[in-house]
Design a protein around this ligand. Structure first.
Ligand code: ADP
Ligand code: UVW
Ligand code: MG
Length: 389
C-alpha cells in the first residue's frame, strides 16, 4: 500500500555546516529541493566578526526570522548537522541524543579544528528547538567501506588499535554526492561506474569510488593527509615533525598550527586562494608558480595511484571551489595522461558554466567531468530520511 504524502506535514530541513571560523546554513524544502534561505556567518572569533559559534548561530536564527522562515516555523521537520569526525562508531547518519553527543565529544582529539564547532552548532540548535529531530551527518561515513588494506597504517598494530589510529577519510558527503551525480551525468547506473573524485576546496581530498562504494581516499586519521590544500601541507614525511622538534625546538601545538594553518598554498606563496595565485602567475610571480606546480604534481600522483587502485576508471570528477572553477588546475592536472586514456578537451574545459558537464574529448576513454558538489543537499536528504523514519 502506498500512502499519500500529507501536504501539511513539516517538510523543511535546516542544514548547519559549522566550520572552524564560519557557519554555513541552508534551509531546504524537501518537496522540490528548493532553497528557501542560505547564507554564511564568517570570521567567528576574529576581530570585527562575531564572538563565538553560539553567537553565530543566534545570528543565523535572527536572519531566518527576518526572512519569514524562522526556526519556530511548524514547517521545519528537522535540523541536519555536518559533523566532520565520526570515528569508527558512526558510519551512518544518526539522530542526536545526549549519548550520541557525548560520543561526538570524545572524538574531538581526532578533529580538533572541526568537531568542537560542530558540537556547539548542535548544542545551540537543540536549545532553540528541543522538540525537533537533530541529525548528525558525518564526513567520515562514506569512507567506512575502505578495505582494511587501504584503511590501516603500517604501524605497530596494538598501538594503532589502542589510540584509534587508522585512515578515516573526510568530505564524505561530497564524495558520495559527486560520485552519484557523475554516474547520472554519464547516464549509467552508479553500480557500474568507477570514479576518481577530486574535491578541491579550501580543504581538498581525492577518493576512489568503485560502483558507488568508496575504496580509497587521500585523507587519513585527520583532514591533514593527502593533497596540497589552501593552508594544509597534505602528505609529508612524518619525520619532518621530529626534525622540527629536535632541531627546530618547536612544540607540538606550534607544529600542528604550522602544518594545518600555515602550509599548503599559503605556506608556499603567501596566498591560499587559487584566483589570486592565478593572477600572480600571470604577473610572473615565481612563488605562486611553484605553489601551483606542487599542488598539481600531488594531484596527478593521486590520479595515478587511484587509477591503479580501481583498475578501470570510467570518470574523473572535479568538484568544490577550485575543481569547479579553475580550468587551469584541471588542464594541468590532466595533461600528459593520454596513456591512461585521459584526454581533456581544451575548449570544453575553458567554458564557464554552473551545471555538471563533461570536459574531455569524445575519444577520451575516461570521461573527465566538472560536477558541482552539494554537501548541504546531501545532508538534508539524509536528515529528512531519518527524521521521517
Ligand atoms: N573562480 C575561481 N577560480 C579559481 N579558484 C576558485 C574560484 N572560485 C573559488 N575558488 C577557490 O575555491 C576555494 C574555496 O572552495 P570551497 O569549496 O568554497 O571551500 P570550503 O567549502 O572548503 O570553504 C577558494 O579558496 C579558491 O581557492
Ligand atoms: C574535513 C575538511 O577538510 O573540511 P573543510 O574542507 O571544510 O575544512
Ligand atoms: Mg567545502
Amino acid at each position: 500500500m502506498t500512502t499519500q504524502a500529507d501536504p501539511t506535514a513539516p517538510n523543511r530541513v535546516l542544514v548547519l555546516n559549522s566550520g572552524s571560523s564560519s557557519v554555513k546554513y541552508q534551509l531546504l524544502d524537501m518537496g522540490d529541493h528548493g532553497r528557501l534561505a542560505s547564507g554564511l556567518v564568517e570570521r567567528i572569533g576574529e576581530e570585527g566578526g562575531v564572538a563565538d559559534h553560539g553567537e553565530a548561530l543566534r545570528q543565523v536564527a535572527r536572519r531566518l526570522a527576518d526572512q519569514g522562515v524562522g526556526l519556530d516555523s511548524p514547517a521545519l521537520a528537522a535540523i541536519g548537522h555536518r559533523v566532520v569526525h565520526g570515528g569508527t562508531r558512526f558510519t551512518e547518519p544518526t539522530v542526536i541524543t545526549d549519548e550520541v553527543l557525548a560520543e561526538i565529544e570524545k572524538l574531538v582529539p581526532l578533529a580538533p579544528l572541526h568537531n568542537p564547532a560542530n558540537i556547539t552548532g548542535i548544542k545551540v540548535a537543540r536549545e532553540l528547538r528541543p522538540d525537533l529531530p537533530q541529525v548528525a551527518v558525518f564526513d567520515t561515513a562514506f569512507h567506512s567501506t575502505l578495505p582494511e588494506a587501504a584503511a590501516r597504517y603500517a604501524i605497530d598494530a596494538a598501538t594503532a588499535d589502542r589510540f584509534g589510529i587508522r585512515r578515516y577519510g573526510f568530505h564524505g558527503t561530497s564524495h558520495a554526492y559527486v560520485s552519484r551525480a557523475t554516474a547520472e551525468l554519464l547516464g549509467r547506473p552508479v553500480a557500474e561506474v568507477n570514479t576518481i573524485v577530486l574535491h578541491l576546496g579550501n580543504g581538498a581530498s581525492a577518493s576512489a569510488v568503485r560502483g558507488g562504494v568508496c575504496v580509497d581516499t587521500s585523507m587519513g586519521l585527520t583532514p591533514l593527509e593527502g593533497l596540497v590544500m589552501g593552508t594544509r601541507s597534505g602528505d609529508i614525511d612524518p619525520a619532518v615533525v621530529f626534525h622540527l622538534q629536535r632541531v627546530g625546538g618547536m612544540g607540538t601545538e606550534e607544529i600542528d598550527t604550522l602544518l594545518n594553518k600555515r602550509s599548503g598554498l599559503l605556506g608556499l606563496c603567501g596566498a591560499n586562494d587559487m584566483r589570486e595565485i592565478g593572477r600572480r602567475i600571470g604577473e610572473g610571480d615565481r612563488d605562486a608558480r611553484l605553489a601551483f606546480d606542487v599542488y598539481v604534481h600531488r594531484l596527478r600522483r593521486y590520479v595515478g595511484a587511484f587509477t591503479a587502485v580501481l583498475g578501470r576508471v570510467d570518470a574523473i570528477a572535479f568538484t568544490a571551489g577550485v575543481g569547479e572553477n579553475s580550468a587551469a588546475v584541471r588542464a594541468a592536472a590532466m595533461s600528459g595522461l593520454e596513456h591512461l586514456g585521459i584526454e581533456l578537451d581544451p575548449v570544453h574545459n575553458a567554458v564557464r558554466a554552473s551545471g555538471p558537464r563533461v570536459v574531455s574529448t569524445a575519444a577520451s576513454r575516461v570521461a573527465v567531468a566538472v560536477v558541482p558538489t552539494d554537501e548541504e543537499l546531501e545532508i538534508a536528504r539524509d536528515t529528512y530520511a531519518l527524521a521521517r523514519s
